[in-house]
Design a protein around this ligand. Structure first.
Ligand code: ADP
Ligand code: MG
Length: 323
């Protein structure tokens, strides 16, 4: 099977998908029309075998995870999917592996309405790079820099499940729920409309809550006259019953604060918009939890307050590839 057959067989599955690109896989470039009054939101994430997923992981799940991690960035900006590109580096053209990878990718591309419009296929160590493109109404994208003093800090879903799942991957803990939370994170596309309407800032939590909320503080401080800090209540962190059961309250909270790979959203909302946001959530099956507030402070830091009202001493913040 040569490179072109491989692409035709495994990566030409979005031919009739919606939203349809003007031109998809097969030419030198894909062509996409951006809806009127919208901006193009673009983001890339690379998943390297042995770093971001185990080399012997299920190919379908590797594909789904790679796409979902990218979609999470679109959700964090308030953008809706237009399509994605896949740059795949493969050690060999293993047909069983490629078939499962392709099936996983195709099913999520369809489920999230994000067609595969092109990419690149090379031989090399296993790595999956996806560039996702989305549309967001001009000027309405949610940035990290929009947090203001007095905003409430919210997170979606539950935190720390993926950090717990790493213990599953090592065989120390058995929990299908936690494993699924690692392999199949849920990009919170279902919150996009409400966040665009009511949130001031957002970030997706890929490197741990403390680190990613810290990004909101630094980005927002550069647009404010004062520095901002976040006060987070330890007891308010949303934990899954499964994380609690497997690790106990303390360890589960530690995972929630420091653990990476959650791909939940952290966002801030002014008190003026809070009721409207919660109202809009109404009967949707989306969990959001208020975990803290943005305050004025000379030091742009996230402080965590325990049940007794004491500030926890934090020694590390989150995952850093070069740290
Ligand atoms: P070029 O040599 O012009 O860069 P390629 O031979 O790399 O083009 O790719 C041929 C076509 O197949 C292009 O449309 C490209 O976008 C698409 N393609 C290549 N690899 C992938 C892939 N892994 N997934 C989806 N489309 C791909
Ligand atoms: Mg070309």
């Amino acid at each position: 099977m040569n490179e072109f057959e491989l692409i035709r067989r495994y990566f030409w599955f979005s031919k009739n998908a919606l939203p349809a690109p003007d031109l998809g896989v097969g030419d030198d470039c894909a062509l996409l029309s951006i809806p009127p009054d919208c901006q193009l939101a673009v983001s890339t994430d690379t998943l390297v075998s042995g770093v971001h997923f185990p080399a012997d992981g299920p190919p379908g799940l590797i594909a789904q995870r790679a796409l979902r991690v990218n979609l999470s960035d679109l959700a964090a900006m308030g953008a809706s999917p237009l399509g994605f590109q896949l740059a795949l580096s493969l050690p060999a053209s293993d047909e069983t592996w490629l078939r499962q990878f392709s099936e996983g990718l195709a099913s999520d591309a369809a489920a999230f309405g994000c067609p595969l419009v092109g990419g690149d296929t090379t031989r090399g160590p296993l790595a999956v790079t996806i560039t996702v493109m989305g549309a967001v109404k001009k000027g309405r994208a949610l940035r990290r820099s929009g947090a203001r003093v007095g905003d409430s800090v919210y997170v979606s879903g539950t935190l720390g499940d993926s950090a717990g799942a790493l213990h599953c991957l090592k065989g120390e803990v058995v929990s299908d729920f936690l494993s699924n939370r690692y392999w199949l994170p849920t990009p919170r596309m279902a919150l996009v409309d409400l966040l665009v309407a009511f949130a001031n800032s957002a970030v997706d939590i890929s490197d741990g809550l403390l680190q990613d909320l810290g990004h909101i503080l630094t980005a927002s401080a550069s647009l404010c006259s004062s520095s901002l800090a976040a006060r987070v209540a330890l007891e308010s962190l949303p934990l899954s019953p499964q994380a609690r059961a497997c690790f106990g309250e303390d360890k589960a909270r530690e995972h929630a604060l420091f653990g990476g790979d959650d791909y939940e959203l952290c966002f801030t909302v002014s008190s003026k918009n809070e009721a409207a946001l919660l109202d809009g959530l109404g009967a949707r099956a989306e969990q959001v939890t208020k975990i803290g507030v943005i305050v004025e402070s000379p030091v742009p830091e996230v402080t965590v307050i325990d049940g007794a009202g004491d500030v926890l001493t934090i020694e590390r913040t989150g995952y850093d590839h070069f740290g």
